[in-house]
Ligand binder design. Structure first.
Ligand SMILES: *Cc1c(COP(=O)(O)O)cnc(C)c1O
Length: 417
């Protein structure tokens, strides 16, 4: 007799975006003339730049020609793209072997699938607030207890609070943990960790033989050269860290679907390495991820990968940089508008998100309603990202300039505080 996976019933964070949609739809219905501007969901809005589109078209054309047609490619990704990604790391002085780079259909899938390499009972630590996907996959594999409505936390997960007092980057956990998820530049706070802050986690992970999972999806937004774009800029990270990355936010590939994950050969865990007859490690994390990808993934789209290759050329990189600057300017406008109203906010400098402290210490959903009612702007309530997100709001800089300007103007002139 089949049963459904009962862990799905535990998912609590899933209420966030459906609840936003529900409240927004109700508002639209009761205010038919309203011109709603969405600064809620982190989805790209600007077109893919011309040279990168050429790459996508080239990818499609090749498929229509007998001499260049290809079917399934390598599960690990097109070797040209893996090499181009490694070269991109090298520009930052980071040495990554193309064999450690696994191209995928996006970081979100990888971040979920990574959990298959670890026992369900592994103890996971997350930043609080955090991108919900990390915790949700842990819940689905049965690696947590119930969601506690009082604390806003799942039993069995270690929450590392990020707040103004610690500069929105956590201290290392006091308890023993197996997996630590870090996201920098951070979604939702827009905070960027310094090399020194990351080094503390690298030291902690190496000491405890824990694995860091570093989500670098917003790395291209880092313009301050003293801030790290990759965990591997920290010495020793190749022994303890996996890095997930994506073309989504840099090249507007949210709908194209292309990302990659670095799983270093040198990664260490508590498990003793077993070698095969050729002297190759059978159970290193790199070997496990390769085994996982070759079994359950048939490789990223060859069209998307051709686009990715073009995105990493000199021309493509300069186009990506312009695109990122467009969103960074949006973020600057948002920060400037909030400052005019005396609203405390962080982020938005090296990230597309601005994280604000709700005026009057309003609760997240109350401020969501107030902002919607008074300015017709949709935001994301901070509490949806974890208990420390309460009394905060995330505003996304992904949007057309004219809409962002209009939203900021309304916040400046219509919000009653
Ligand atoms: C958008 C985003 C990603 C990227 O996901 P893709 O699946 O590559 O589109 C990863 N992590 C975070 C925190 C994100 O916000």
């Amino acid at each position: 007799m089949a049963r459904t996976n009962p862990n799905f019933d535990k998912l609590a964070a899933g209420y966030l975006f459906p609840e936003i949609a529900k409240r927004t739809a109700a508002f639209a219905k009761s205010h038919p003339g309203a011109e709603i501007i969405r600064l809620g969901i982190g989805n790209t809005t600007e077109p893919i730049p011309a040279h990168i589109v050429d790459g996508l078209m080239r990818g499609a054309e090749k498929l229509g020609d007998l001499s260049t047609y290809t079917g399934y490619g390598d599960e690990q990704g097109d070797s040209r793209l893996r090499k181009a990604i490694a070269e991109d790391y090298a520009r930052r002085g980071v040495k990554v072997d193309p064999l450690e780079i696994f191209v995928s259909d996006g970081a979100k899938s990888d971040l979920g699938n990574l959990m298959q390499m670890f026992p369900a009972e592994s103890v996971m630590a997350v930043q609080d607030p955090t991108y919900p996907a990390y915790v949700d996959t842990k819940v689905i594999v049965g690696g947590t207890g119930e969601f506690n409505r009082q604390t806003g936390q799942y039993e069995g997960i270690v929450y590392m609070p990020c707040n103004r007092a610690n500069g929105f980057f956590p201290e290392v956990p006091k308890e023993k943990v197996d997996l630590v998820y870090l996201c920098s530049p951070n979604n939702p706070t827009g905070a960027v960790a310094t090399k020194k802050q990351l080094a503390k986690f690298v030291d902690f992970a190496r000491e405890q033989k824990a694995v860091l999972v570093f989500d670098a999806a917003y790395a291209p937004f880092v313009r301050d050269d003293s801030l790290p774009k990759s965990i591997y800029e920290v010495p020793g990270a190749e022994e303890c860290a996996i890095e997930a990355n994506s073309f989504s936010k840099i090249a507007g590939f949210t709908g194209v679907r292309l990302g990659w994950t670095v799983v270093p050969q040198k990664l260490q865990t508590e498990s003793k390495i077993i070698y095969d007859e050729n002297g190759k490690p059978k159970n290193s994390l790199n070997a496990l991820w390769n085994a996982r990808q070759t079994r359950f993934f048939n490789g990223a789209s060859n069209i998307a990968q051709e686009g990715g290759l073009y995105a990493l050329t000199e021309k493509g990189r300069s186009e990506c940089s312009e695109l990122v600057d467009y969103y960074r300017e949006n973020a600057r406008l948002i920060r400037e508008g909030l400052a005019k109203r005396g609203i405390q906010a962080i982020g938005g400098e090296n990230a597309p998100y601005v994280w604000l402290e709700n005026p009057g210490k309003m609760k997240s959903w109350d401020f969501f309603d107030k902002l919607l009612n008074e300015t017709e702007v949709v935001s994301t309530p901070g509490s949806g990202f974890g208990p420390s997100g309460e009394y905060h709001t995330r505003l996304s800089a992904f949007g057309h300039r004219a809409n962002v300007e209009k939203a900021v103007d309304r916040i400046v002139n219509r919000l009653k505080i």
